[in-house]
Design a protein around this ligand. Structure first.
Ligand SMILES: *Cc1c(COP(=O)(O)O)cnc(C)c1O
Length: 597
């Protein structure tokens, strides 16, 4: 994939847009999404529309035209006071505009009449930030003239704060706008349908005010895309701050001094740079510079320090991070960095699209069939590590009843230790690990297969044998093919001690799991809660070097062929352990928990 690139996670943008929409709606405020920060990228615009936003706004007509041409289905608002020279295009290419000059509105009116259109106008009021807006004292005069013009419709009034001068949209400012709206309505006997109170910087006012007054509209860019409140730079609860990530590549990594050697003059940008003496440091050069992005707006994800940047390079102190030439280094972005990165032709726009259930399942099938081919040729160098019964441990575990009599929940010694650590982590969170199954003999596997087949036949009497076998083949391996025969496979769920129930994983009712495609671990069509719980379970095991099965979120492998394939190992450590062997070992060690081979 090309580097540098900006990863654009459409599902996270959709999430942020939905959360903010419903939050503001709770007090009667509708949201307009402002696309200028992402150069009106049509994919992003469509995501906003699909998240329920009806009006998109941009500062540039060219961006609005691009969205229109791409078939984005929304109304379009021009938010920068129109250039009088572009008045005709404003009327033709946008539905409404924010305005602060009567001469411009007059021109809009002329062209609207000419083209037989009605252009909607929101008149901006200056409330102290000293960018666009008509002074409150002159507002009535302007409104009177606008109302007399044909071809334009006065849709409402608005204000914009916290931009040029950083003036906060406080309760007083918003109450002032409300009272201006009411007095205009009274004076001219009209109804203003839009009272637009500002931008992302209105978040704190909104969250702390009970009564939003007449404000019924906000224009949001930054908070939707970056999940931050711009006045304090604090993350907004429940929002993603990493819907956009910038990735650059390391092109040089060397130990060098932190201080330059020689007389210091002006650098390439006409500044005299300053340096901090940190001795010899690991300096990495990234192939990305201020020609690509506003470097000052980047925050590295790793524990590294940006030392400076030139047109084409960013120099970082790599500290203890495990970087080498060719490594990717990722950054989150502030608004200025986002705008410049989206605008840069040097940065590849990597759209990460949410995939639907069907597409996801197709990918899983493909991966799984490749996985099966690879496991068939994977070799085993049996390490002869013993099987140990989890039942004899003092770990805090719940054992799901087995169809096998006197089932002992045997696992390899290494797996045993890992389960011990996982169960301890869970206990600290008020949860308990449920062990559903561990080592299984061929006989046990066969019995399971038969039991599941008859269960499915009962449940779906209309399905053919082929259909039943198809479901089975996804979830229960043939008796000799299951990795459970190695002692390196564990089936697990989690019990919540506070709520006194098994966590919801999307396809389970307590301990019972309904076998269907939604059991594929990252299936998109399960609830957020279930996704969170699967993530928790998978992270616990993956942190202990297990791999999760492609089709079963509860099945984890370590040391066996399934694991060796996924981890790109040369060979597996755990081969099949047959029942005869395990039993004879059990006879030899009747009182011990160890089953030596
Ligand atoms: C940019 C802009 C916005 C959006 O501001 P954010 O801080 O990105 O929410 C709203 N209104 C106007 C007039 C703007 O120029």
């Amino acid at each position: 994939m090309p580097t540098p690139r900006i990863n654009i996670n459409l599902s996270k943008i959709a999430h942020n847009a939905k959360v903010l929409s419903s939050l503001f709606k709770s007090k009667g405020i509708e949201i307009i999404a402002v696309t200028k920060g992402v150069c009106a990228h049509p994919h992003i615009a469509n995501v906003l529309v699909n998240s329920g936003i009806k009006i998109l706004a941009d500062s540039r007509i060219s961006n609005i035209k691009e969205m229109r041409a791409a078939g984005v289905k929304a109304s379009f608002l021009l938010i920068r006071t129109p250039m009088i020279s572009q008045a005709e295009s404003v009327v033709l290419d946008t539905d409404m505009s924010l305005n602060s000059e009567l001469s411009v509105i007059k021109k809009l009116s002329e062209f609207a009449i000419l083209h037989g259109k009605i252009h909607k106008v929101i008149v901006m009021v200056e409330l102290g930030d000293l960018r666009e807006g008509i002074l409150p004292s002159q507002l009535e005069n302007t409104i009177k003239k606008v109302l007399s013009l044909r071809g334009v419709e006065l849709t409402g009034i608005g204000t914009n704060l916290a931009c040029f001068s950083g003036v906060k949209p406080t309760t007083e400012k918003m109450e002032l706008l409300s009272s201006i709206a009411s007095s205009i309505e009274k004076k001219f006997k009209i109804k203003l349908s839009v009272i637009s109170g500002g931008n992302s910087a209105n978040y704190n006012w909104f969250s702390t005010t009970k009564d939003v007054g007449r404000i019924n509209n906000l224009r949001l860019g930054e908070s939707i895309f970056l999940g931050y409140e711009p006045l304090t730079g604090k993350p907004i609860p429940k929002l993603y701050q990493d819907a956009f990530m910038l990735v650059a590549e390391v092109i040089e990594l060397k130990n060098k001094s932190s201080m330059p050697d020689g007389e210091i003059g002006l650098n390439a940008f006409g500044n005299k740079p300053k340096f901090k003496d940190q001795g010899i440091i690991r300096r990495a050069i990234l192939a990305m510079g201020v020609q690509d992005v506003m470097v000052a707006g980047l925050t590295p994800k790793l524990d590294v320090e940006i030392l400076g940047a030139g047109g084409d390079h960013i120099i970082i102190n790599a500290k203890k991070e495990n970087l080498k030439v060719g490594s990717d280094v990722s950054f989150t972005l502030k608004y200025g960095a986002l705008v410049t990165a989206m605008n840069s032709s040097y940065i590849f726009k990597n759209i990460i699209t949410p995939i639907n259930g069907e597409e996801y399942c197709a990918i899983v099938e493909e991966k799984d069939s490749l996985h099966k081919k690879k496991t068939a040729v994977m070799t085993v160098k049996e390490d002869h590590s013993p099987l140990i019964s989890l039942q004899d441990s003092d770990f805090n575990l719940i054992f799901q009843k087995s169809i096998q009599k006197n089932y002992r929940y045997l696992v390899r010694e290494e797996v045993y230790k890992k389960i011990g650590r996982i169960s301890e982590l869970l206990n600290n969170q008020g949860k308990k690990l449920i062990i559903r199954s561990a080592w299984r003999s061929f006989k046990h596997q066969q019995k399971l297969l038969e039991q599941k087949a008859s269960f499915l036949k009962n449940k779906y009497p209309k399905k053919s044998i082929e259909e039943i076998n198809k479901i089975l083949s996804n979830f229960v391996a043939p008796k000799r093919k299951s990795t459970h025969s190695t002692g390196g496979a564990v089936d697990a769920l989690i019990y919540d001690l506070r709520k006194k129930c098994v966590l919801d994983f999307g396809t389970n009712d307590g301990l019972h799991i309904d076998l269907n495609e939604k059991c594929y671990p990252k299936h998109p069509d399960i609830s957020e809660e279930a996704k969170k719980n699967r993530k928790l379970l998978m992270k616990l095991f993956e942190d202990e070097d297990f791999v999760c099965d492609h089709k079963e979120y509860w099945h984890f492998d370590y040391g066996n062929i399934g694991w060796a394939v996924e981890k790109n190992k040369e060979y597996a450590n755990y081969g099949v352990l047959k029942e005869s062997f395990v039993q004879s070992a059990a006879l030899n060690y009747p009182n011990k928990v160890f089953f030596y081979l």
